[in-house]
Design a protein. Structure first.
Length: 452
């Protein structure tokens, strides 16, 4: 192994495993000053083993709620569904690794339960590409056959399948030939197909990190160039186990010593149906009652994992650029610089994010929910606009338009005494690129495949 100055570890919660430690120790033996940088979405290990033997500090933590609020992940819509086995699941023994999955299968792997799973999935997510997590291979086989018997294209993946067989199934799923993939502890991490917009949990998880990894398979946003015509605004999570009730939220706190409490998540009682539900819930997952949050609650833990409409204001405030409502109708917003521009446009019931740069044709950045599109357009500008004099703090933005600008604008703009130089620039940019914007939208419009 060559002498390294920096070692970067993805899925860094594995860093304290013996196989990882051997590599880390080799690097540090060769260079005691080597830096180790780790990234992970699930810093709390299920075995409660701390990460301090490898890492001495947490440089930053980006919470899941922040990523959803900024449009970098879609929000989950979680339904906790009791098909008559919830009390039995609560009594399942825990092993050193997790709940005893054989006991779980004895409870969940029954034809009436599986029939209810298919019924609820058909009602709530029947048109979505879906990943299902089961307890055992036999359980997964029965669930797969039940989906097929209902006329749904489904396939099974488990650890005993040959690598080429797994690869072929996932390729068929990615191509849209399979709607549902059922798996047993294979797709928990290290695999992604962004159009996946439903996750079905047919097993409980005693470890929050495992639940986060499973749900995370459905939270990725969709790149419209990689997946043209697919619109994804959220992810439906159908929890037939007890994971959501046990853990309450998808957020994790970081403790390098591994001393985070092991008790159950705090709960509250739904005023409509008297069900015990997670404290952070803003809607009862059992009866649908909308729950108003106490105005006194503050801080990250008080933020729900859905309903992030308010965060558009935060996005606009954080943006380095001034976003202009082009026509005063709130359906076309644009920000522009000297080398690039970005915009979001509401057309035919869908938001589109478009980005343009000097010497490039405008390109489609995203399709779907407004906040996600706004974040994508803002990211485009941050990447492609290098001139800081285009930032919204610059004084020239608020100056009157130039005579040259007015020549390119409609006559009525000459009598708009509130028109600024920056707004004029945005209107001109839109005018020059209107056809290209329409062409970028038309390229993916038409009969769309909705992931949400």
């Amino acid at each position: 192994m060559p002498r390294l100055d920096l070692l970067v570890i993805d899925e860094a919660h594995h860093a304290v495993a013996d196989s990882y430690r051997r590599i880390i120790d080799r690097v540090r033996d060769a260079n005691p000053d080597a830096r180790v940088f780790g990234v992970t979405a699930t810093p709390t290990r299920g075995d409660r083993k701390g990460l301090r033997e490898v890492f001495d500090n947490v440089a930053d933590q980006v919470r899941l709620g922040e990523l959803i609020a900024s449009g970098h992940l879609v929000p989950p819509r979680t339904f906790v569904i009791d098909v008559g086995v919830q009390e039995e699941l609560k009594s399942v023994r825990k092993t050193s690794a997790d709940f005893d999955m054989t006991e779980v299968a004895d409870i969940m792997d029954r034809a009436p339960v599986t029939d209810e799973v298919i019924r609820h999935w058909t009602e709530k997510a029947g048109d979505r590409q879906t990943i299902v997590f089961c307890s055992t291979v036999a359980h997964a086989e029965h669930v797969t056959e039940a989906f097929k018997a209902a006329g749904i294209s489904a396939a099974l993946i488990h650890g005993d399948l040959a690598a080429e067989t797994r690869k072929a199934i996932l390729a068929d799923y990615a191509a849209g030939g399979i709607r549902v993939v059922v798996n047993v502890a294979v797709l928990t991490e290290g695999w992604d197909h962004p159009p996946t917009s439903c996750v079905v949990l047919l097993r409980p998880s005693s470890y929050k990190s495992t639940m986060i990894q499973m749900v995370g398979r459905g939270l990725r946003t969709v790149d419209p160039e990689e997946h043209p015509g697919i619109v994804k605004t959220d992810c439906v999570v159908l929890d037939f186990g007890t994971s959501s009730l046990i853990h309450g939220t998808l957020e994790q706190d970081v403790d390098l010593d591994g001393k985070i409490g092991t008790g159950e998540a705090p709960t509250k009682t739904c005023p409509a149906c008297a069900a015990e539900i997670p404290l952070a819930a803003t809607e009862c997952p059992l009866c649908g009652e909308v729950l108003l949050q106490d105005e006194g609650e503050t801080g990250a833990d008080a933020l729900p994992l859905s309903g992030f409409v308010m965060t558009e204001i935060d996005l606009l405030k954080r943006s380095s650029f001034a976003w202009v409502d082009l026509f005063g109708t709130d359906d076309a917003l644009m920000a522009t610089g000297f080398t690039a521009w970005g915009g979001i446009f509401w057309m035919d019931g869908v938001w589109y994010a478009i980005g343009g740069a000097k010497g490039e044709r405008p390109r489609l950045l995203g399709v779907g929910e407004r906040t996600v599109c706004l974040a994508q357009a803002d990211d485009w500008l941050n990447t492609h606009e290098s001139d800081e004099s285009a930032f919204k703090t610059r004084g020239w933005l608020r100056q009157p338009p130039t005579d040259k600008q007015l020549k390119y604008l409609p006559p009525e703009c000459r009598h708009d005494f509130g028109l600024t130089r920056y707004r004029a620039s945005a209107l001109m940019t839109f005018g020059f690129n209107k056809r290209a914007i329409q062409a970028a939208v038309n390229a993916v419009a038409g009969p769309e495949r909705r992931a949400a």
